[in-house]
Write a protein that binds this ligand. Structure first.
Ligand code: FMN
Length: 188
């Protein structure tokens, strides 16, 4: 299973809309995915004591899912030149290094004029530091709100980019698993 992380808790977010579009594209190629929606992040239960243990159930479950996952697909919106704080908070509650090491990760940036380039590069720093396998073909959606109509993307070129990324990320993950480089590969 691959997980799509919708990188903000903003109600009505474009990240969640893009996450649902991605989920449909992965389904087209026979890949089941689940969306982790950060609107469900249990902020009220977080008091700083949960970094290593005693995580709220939702976070504990999310960690287990990620440890068992084939790969993680992040939809990263740009907030003030970086990723939203809630996304970094979520990442900081991953069981490290276990969730990160050799875990394949893929990124779609969304934003205004700069299309989420900065938050994706900040994520790449974090996951690069933690030795994840970062899929190189990132996608950036400029002025994302202009390309969404009835929660669908109205641009065939962008849809092709997203479709190709989904297909190629799946191949990337399969290659890592087949060759014993994936944390969950049978060959390990
Ligand atoms: C708090 C906040 C800060 C933002 N800062 C930036 C920014 O620095 N650069 C940018 O291009 N867009 C910025 N935007 C625009 C968002 O990237 C854009 O609206 C995107 O759709 C946000 O994702 P969301 O709809 O999933 O919340 C900001 C939006 C919000 C809500």
């Amino acid at each position: 299973m691959k997980y799509i992380i919708s990188g903000t808790n903003r109600p009505g977010s474009n990240s969640l809309k893009i996450s649902k579009i991605l989920q449909a594209l992965y389904k087209e190629i026979g890949e089941e995915t689940e969306i982790i929606d950060l609107q469900e992040f249990p902020l009220k239960e977080i008091d700083g004591t949960q970094y290593s243990k005693n995580k709220p159930t939702w976070l504990e479950d999310a960690n287990k899912k990620m440890i068992d996952s084939d790969g993680l697909i992040f939809v990263v919106p740009e907030y003030n030149g970086s990723m939203p704080g809630i996304l970094k908070l979520f990442i900081d509650h991953f069981e490290y290094p276990r969730v990160f090491v050799h875990r394949p990760v893929s990124f779609i940036g969304i934003g205004g004029m700069f299309a989420g380039l900065r938050p994706v590069e900040h994520c790449q720093q974090v996951f690069g530091y933690r030795n994840s396998f970062v899929f190189p073909d990132r996608i950036f959606l400029t002025n994302v709100w202009t390309m969404l109509e009835n929660d669908q993307i109205n641009n065939t070129e962008i849809m092709k980019l997203l479709r190709d990324q989904a297909k190629d990320f799946s191949t990337f993950v399969r290659a890592l698993k087949t060759n014993g480089l994936h944390p969950n590969s049978d060959a390990k």
